[in-house]
Write a protein that binds this ligand. Structure first.
Ligand code: M6P
Ligand code: ZN
Length: 187
């Protein structure tokens, strides 16, 4: 089916358009199990938007050989001392890799190996490009005062495994210690 013509998309700086774009917002109420400070979480409004994702899925989910892309916008904020962040996931097909490109803001890409024994982080700043190897869980946190936005590109058969993260989390969390984003062992 090499004769299908796909639309050219346009990214304006804060919006993706030009094709059939899937848009979702994740609110605090959708992210119940990811933040460590339960008391701080309970005090915050469930309808507060933590991040938004605009995605383009040119082929059906699960298709081998295609590429999906998405732009994620994480709002600034914290739950207790823990920065606003994405749910995070492994790929369902574990060996599938992904690339992130930071466009705006300041953040950290938090990574964890497959047996959960090692969690580390890479700084994201405008222009930083991050190769996320297969078998590696990934989550992003906004450590700045404005929106953190980044583009993501991943194989269309990769799938998202949220279950493993929702059960066990990452082995470290990213918190603000005297204004410095710091990875600490999960309390
Ligand atoms: C990036 C990609 C997407 C992912 C999104 C939000 O855009 O990795 O696949 O959905 O970030 O992350 P999550 O799905 O973990 O909430
Ligand atoms: Zn991914």
């Amino acid at each position: 089916m090499s004769d299908i013509v796909f639309p050219k998309l346009h990214f304006s700086g804060n919006r993706l358009s030009g094709g059939l774009i899937d848009r979702l917002a994740r609110r605090l109420g959708d992210l119940g199990d990811i933040f460590s400070d339960r008391a701080a979480y309970a005090r915050m409004p469930a309808d507060q938007v933590v991040y938004e994702v605009e995605s383009y899925f040119p082929v059906p989910d699960g298709t081998e050989g295609g590429v999906f892309l998405g732009i994620t916008y994480i709002h600034p904020g914290k739950v207790g001392q823990e920065y606003f962040m994405t749910k995070g996931h492994f790929h369902q097909i574990r060996n599938r890799a992904e690339v992130y490109i930071c466009m705006e803001g300041e953040g950290m890409l938090i990574l964890m190996n497959e047996d959960h024994s090692v969690t580390w982080a890479e700084r994201m700043e405008p222009g930083s490009v991050h190769y996320i190897n297969g078998h590696t869980a990934h989550r992003t946190a906004n450590t700045g005062k404005g929106v953190l936005s980044f583009g993501a590109f991943w194989p269309s058969d990769a799938g998202h495994d949220y279950q493993t993260i929702s059960e066990k989390g990452f082995s470290k969390i990213l918190v603000d210690i005297n204004g410095v984003p710091t990875l600490i062992n999960k309390p």
